[in-house]
Design a protein around this ligand. Structure first.
Ligand SMILES: [Zn+2]
Ligand SMILES: [Zn+2]
Length: 395
């Protein structure tokens, strides 16, 4: 086969695969086309036979790694000007569309178009030696501000009350450092897409109308990467991890959103950074609850303690306090330990609110039962005459 043949034939399109297709994909695609167009299944169909031959020819070249490389190189060297697409539609859109122009402010996508232009040696080599990513061709505009970042943090109850500094790890998309975002293996360069010649769009004529659509061969980027960057697998983007220490002020509450100015994504080319918004979740404590700046605690007491009065030792978030339960305290009474709540920014603190819960024992020892029966005989009746009166009236 002559070089001229190679230039005029798009073997990838014949098989309906992406230029970056793996050897396996190429084999699968070939088998499919061959099966569909096999002369045995399409007797007398000249078109099918032609397709079958074209697929065999394409597979012949693309299945051999050495010949495939030669073919790719030849087409990228001479292809843009002379190359004519010979087959149905475009390549299969493969992979995730990734708009490199997002990363570089619109430069990269169209860059190849201008650089490769007529696709002569001159242009090709100047593009190699300029080391450009296409960003040089970007239309001038102010450095873009970095994006705002939102994240969520779960704090321990005590940490939220007292305030805490925590290392926060953020994962966010960033430009691949290995290939600087162009997706090509270091030492190689993305090539102008042979289908759209770098424009990123293809035009289809139908009668007197023409339609433009994003190039399916390069997903609209304008360049194709033949040897993919091992770090980002050709996408040009990687997920970056960033760790910073964030101070959560004392008294931060569940559901609160903290804004940290300038701690979001860095701006492009020296632009200001975005903000970081941290949504705070506070894990519940096994003992304490919280209402505003007050902490709450429920303390079980016996009937005797409530009746006779007692001194209770109760825990606070930091230490313990003694609370006086006066004789005759009803169940549900709330006692207040002043200043044992959440310390606010102005230095003042909320209180610890202790709710007394009189516990009724489910089981009694014989001695306790005997004592209680003796108590019952001596005990004044419960104050429910008003209810008894109503009961008499309605029954
Ligand atoms: Zn293209
Ligand atoms: Zn990369």
């Amino acid at each position: 086969m002559s070089s001229k043949d190679w230039l005029e034939k798009d073997f990838y399109a014949v098989l309906g695969v992406d230029k970056a297709a793996s050897a396996d994909d190429i084999k699968k695609a070939y088998r499919k086309v061959a099966r569909e167009s096999h002369p045995d299944h399409n007797p007398g169909d000249a078109k099918a036979e032609e397709r079958f031959k074209a697929a065999s020819e394409a597979y012949n070249v693309l299945s051999d790694a050495g010949r495939r490389r030669e073919y790719d190189e030849m087409r990228s060297l001479f292809g843009s000007g002379a190359f004519r697409r010979n087959a149905r539609g475009g390549g299969q859109p493969g992979g995730v569309p990734f708009d490199v122009s997002d990363l570089f402010g619109g430069g990269a996508a169209g860059g190849g178009d201008r650089r490769f232009g007529g696709a002569g040696f001159q242009d090709l080599f100047s593009s190699i030696f300029s080391g450009g990513q296409g960003a040089g061709q970007a239309a001038p505009r102010g450095p873009a501000r970095g994006r705002d970042v939102e994240t969520e943090v779960a704090l321990d109850f005590g940490d939220a009350v007292r305030g805490v500094t925590l290392p926060l790890t953020l994962r966010a998309p960033g430009v691949c450092d290995t290939c600087h975002g162009n997706g090509a293996k270091p030492g190689t360069q993305p090539r102008t897409c042979p289908v759209c010649h770098g424009a990123g769009v293809t035009t289809r004529n139908q009668g007197s109308f023409s339609f433009s659509e994003p190039c399916r061969n390069c997903q609209g980027v304008g360049t194709v990467v033949e040897e993919k960057c091992p770090e980002c697998h050709g996408s040009g983007g990687v997920t970056k991890t960033r760790t910073m220490n964030v101070r959560f002020p004392a008294g931060v509450a569940d559901g609160q959103r903290i804004r940290l100015a300038g701690r979001g994504e860095p701006g492009e080319r020296g632009g200001p950074a975005g903000d970081l918004f941290v949504h705070v979740k506070v894990r519940p404590d096994e003992l304490f609850g919280r209402t505003g700046d007050d902490l709450t605690l429920t303390v079980p007491v016996t009937f005797a303690e409530a009746v006779l009065g007692t001194d209770l030792r109760v825990p606070t978030l930091d230490g313990a306090v003694t609370l006086r339960v006066p004789p005759g305290t009803p169940s549900g009474r709330v006692l207040r330990a002043r200043g044992k709540g959440v310390v606010r920014r102005d230095g003042e603190a909320g209180d610890l609110l202790v709710t007394l819960d009189v516990v009724v024992p489910a089981r009694l020892s014989d001695e306790a039962r005997t004592a209680l029966e003796a108590f019952a005989e001596q005990s004044p009746p419960a104050a429910r005459e008003h209810l008894d009166a109503r009961v008499r009236r309605v029954s």
